[in-house]
Design a protein. Structure first.
Length: 384
């Protein structure tokens, strides 16, 4: 695997894609789960099953002895999503929903040692969310600990090497007669955080100093801009490359950017989108469209020159055009990607579907077409 080009100011240099080892003080095995705080968790879980092919996994609530919340967990491939709703009008969950609407609260990271992960990040300046806590049942024990990150978002460290149950203590298996076919989603490729003006470098530094991440690549407002709007982004990645967190901030433009719109409606910084990987994007997108997921519209003229830019690809370009799937190439291969419209009533959270065929980049060649499509949706909402 070749090195990645990284921009530091105006200087370009390379870093190995794999830089884990003795200096990787926070080894991460991958994403454990993503927890959404929502107004109706049962219905949200049903939506993700129906529209995106997730399967029933676990439940926690009154029936399991939990009095203040209900949580429903779904899974597809290595992706676990938890939807949590409050059972009372007061408390952190209710306040989170009141401020942000439905949104992501917890990005949980799978580790071998949650206590050490917590201690290593705390001594480097993290703000504690949860001290190491052991939860046990007849299936074993899970160790949990957590730290705060941008906005009201939290990283939980989950150690489950001594647990054999369905999900974790406090949950029972969710058995359902309704389990629609999966739609080919494999794992979380990356998760994007939107932060406020002049905060991108602050949070990039947080991930570097507190969590040991490296800046894989930087995009400035010349890379990500249209006639009307612009943004900047730094992609942060952990030692083994399994966790990638692009951090976006607004940039000056003639009109209001998608980042500003997000910050306005979400009420501050938060997770903007989740990119999920598939091995057959055309089949995945076809199924998702058939089950009600709406995707951003890509103008037909985009496809007039895409092969000139990206070279030969395996897929039928007319089929990609019909589905609105974007194509981009880097020095290691190419990728296919598409973006849903917001999945909430507030124009905040959306999903990206991505298929990598060698490429390790993030679709820089598609930025202009993508953001023009987003601007068209903003114009329809009257928020551009």
């Amino acid at each position: 695997m070749s090195d990645a080009t990284v921009q530091d100011g105006n200087v370009f240099h390379t870093i190995p894609k794999i830089f884990e080892g003795a200096d990787d003080f926070l080894p991460l095995n991958g994403t454990d789960y993503v927890e959404f705080y929502v107004g109706n968790a049962k219905q949200a879980a049903h939506f993700y099953k129906t529209a995106m092919g997730f399967q029933s996994l676990a439940y926690s609530g009154l029936e399991t002895g939990v009095k203040d919340r209900a949580s429903w967990v779904v899974q597809q491939g290595k992706i676990r999503l938890m939807f949590t709703t409050p059972l009372t009008e007061d408390g952190v969950i209710a306040e989170h929903i009141k401020k942000h609407g439905d949104g992501i609260r917890v990005i949980a990271l799978w580790v071998d040692d949650a206590t050490k992960s917590y201690e290593e990040t705390m001594k480097r300046g993290a703000k504690s969310y949860m001290e190491p806590t052991v939860e046990e049942d007849e299936h074993g024990k899970v160790v949990k600990a957590g730290i705060h990150t941008y906005g009201d978002t939290v990283h939980m460290f989950i150690e489950r090497k001594n647990y054999k149950g369905t999900f974790m203590p406090g949950f029972c298996e969710w058995k359902s007669e309704y389990n629609p076919p999966e739609m080919g989603l494999k794992y979380i490729d990356h998760m994007v955080g939107n932060v406020g003006w002049d905060e991108m470098n602050v949070w990039a530094e947080f991930y570097n100093k507190v969590m040991g991440f490296q800046n894989l690549i930087t995009f400035d407002d010349k890379d990500i801009s249209t006639t009307y709007t612009a943004l900047m982004s730094k992609v942060m990645t952990n030692g083994n490359g399994r966790i990638k967190f692009p951090i976006n901030e607004p940039a000056e433009g003639i009109k209001k950017s998608q980042i500003e719109e997000y910050l306005d409606f979400y009420g501050g910084a938060g997770c903007q989108h989740v990119a999920v990987a598939t091995d057959d994007i055309m089949e995945t997108v076809t199924q998702m469209r058939d089950h009600g997921i709406e995707f951003l519209y890509v103008p037909g003229e985009y496809y007039d020159t895409v092969l000139d830019r990206c070279g030969e690809i395996d897929e039928d370009i007319l089929k990609l055009k019909e589905l609105g799937i974007l194509v981009d190439r880097d020095e290691e291969g190419y990728l296919l990607q598409i973006f849903t419209k917001p999945l909430e009533d507030r124009p905040t959270l959306f999903f990206e579907i991505i298929q990598r065929k060698g490429a390790q980049s993030f679709g820089k060649g598609n930025f202009k077409a993508l953001f023009e499509s987003i601007e068209a949706e903003q114009a329809r909402r009257g928020t551009l």
